[in-house]
Design a protein around this ligand. Structure first.
Ligand SMILES: *Cc1c(COP(=O)(O)O)cnc(C)c1O
Length: 380
């Protein structure tokens, strides 16, 4: 069976976790501090705050951006549901806008149409690792005095206009879930260039505590902490951070290997007329967190049939990105909302296996099976 994805973890990561456990310091401590410095430096942002996952990263971003009850935040419906959920956590309303069918990212014109007097922010997603047009959204946000927050859950290692995702706007949130390109089991980051945001997020992720465990531990004088505001436990552990440091060292290599596989798929499928392959325009650099193909109307087979046939041949695939407004949790409040582009993109796209190391034999099998189902002929 060829799986859809697999984290790339080696004996190095296992050793790092082992060594950290034996230091006796297992939750947020020196390894987290080191990982934060390295992640900030990798992305080019001034600061990075390590947290338990990207969903908690998004929650903290919403809080420090000042998003509150009854505010509206524009985001794509076509995204993992955590995007919309993070807006709900602060009592605000996700307002779903359409996506651009070529790259599954938020459509700037539709986003502008959805702005009301209550809109406070735009939550921009770099879907499956393909950067969204950050500059266009910055311009829109500035014009309407809105905050711009990036959901870069899938986009560690991707770049936009020559710079790594993570330093373009005030709040950028990342995921280190095993389904993303590097992983710590679970884990997340917020990168920012603003010192005030940085300080407040560090407080909020650790119960609002004025002094962190490490500072208290290392102090030669007794210290009593104060809890300055109601915070959360959104800590990353040092065991995770030790693994993450090793993963980060490999990130650029992982991305280049993933891109080689994406290139092979692109070359092998480019003659198939009734499908749309991923589009990476100039200035956009994807980490290919997922490789998604859109089946055009003329495509002779339905997406679900195609998935079943691939599975029958021993290849797992996934449906394309979901839409949030059709999930049970959002159905009632979104009754009557029509997002035809998002719905069609979600219903007619398929994600193919892509992980490293992926054997040539497995890449070729995916190519052959996919081609034989769609056009009845093996590689041209
Ligand atoms: C995976 C994902 C998340 C959630 O990340 P976690 O680390 O699992 O909380 C949020 N947004 C998007 C777009 C994602 O793909």
């Amino acid at each position: 069976m060829i799986p859809i994805a697999k984290p790339y973890l080696t004996a190095e990561e296992a050793q790092a976790a082992y060594d950290t456990i034996l230091t006796g310091w297992i939750t947020q401590g020196p390894r987290v501090a080191e990982f934060e410095e390295k992640f900030a430096s990798y992305t080019g942002a001034k600061y990075a705050v390590a947290v338990s996952n990207c969903t908690t990263a998004l929650h903290l971003a919403m809080i420090v951006a000042g998003i509150k009850e009854d505010d509206e935040v524009i985001c794509p419906s076509m995204s993992y549901v955590a995007t919309a959920n993070s807006i709900k956590y602060v009592g605000a309303k996700p307002v779903f806008a359409e996506i651009n069918p070529d790259n599954y990212n938020l459509d700037v014109k539709d986003a502008e149409k959805k702005i009301t007097a209550k809109t406070k922010a735009i939550l921009l997603v770099h879907q499956i690792g393909m950067p969204a047009d950050i500059d266009a959204f910055k311009k829109l946000a500035d014009k309407h005095n809105l905050k711009l927050i990036e959901d870069a859950a899938c986009a560690a290692g991707s770049s936009y206009k020559g710079r790594k995702i993570g330093s373009h706007s005030e709040l950028v949130c990342f995921s280190l879930h095993p389904r993303k390109v590097i992983s710590t089991g679970d884990g997340g980051f917020i990168t920012t260039n603003r010192e005030d945001y940085y300080q407040r997020m560090k407080l909020l992720r650790q119960h609002g505590m004025s002094v962190n465990d490490r500072v208290r531990h290392e102090s030669s004088k007794i210290i009593f902490e104060d809890h300055i505001e109601v915070g959360y436990n959104y800590r990353m552990t040092d065991i995770q951070a030790a693994v993450g440091i090793k993963q980060l060292e490999k990130l650029d290599w992982i991305v280049s290997e993933r891109r080689k596989i994406a290139d092979k798929y692109n070359a092998a499928f480019k003659d198939i007329e009734n499908i749309q392959l991923p589009i990476e325009e100039k200035g956009y650099f994807s980490n290919y967190q997922s490789y998604s193909i859109y089946l055009k109307d003329e495509c002779p087979i339905s997406r679900n049939e195609l998935m079943q046939k691939m599975l029958d041949a021993g290849i797992s695939t996934r449906r394309g990105i979901m839409t949030s407004h059709r999930e049970t949790a959002y159905k009632t409040e979104c009754a009557g909302l029509s997002l035809p582009v998002s719905e069609k993109s979600a219903d007619r796209s398929i994600i193919l296996p892509l992980y490293i190391p992926m054997k040539d034999e497995d890449i070729n099998k995916v190519i052959e099976v996919f081609r034989s189902i769609l056009v009845g002929t093996p590689v041209a």
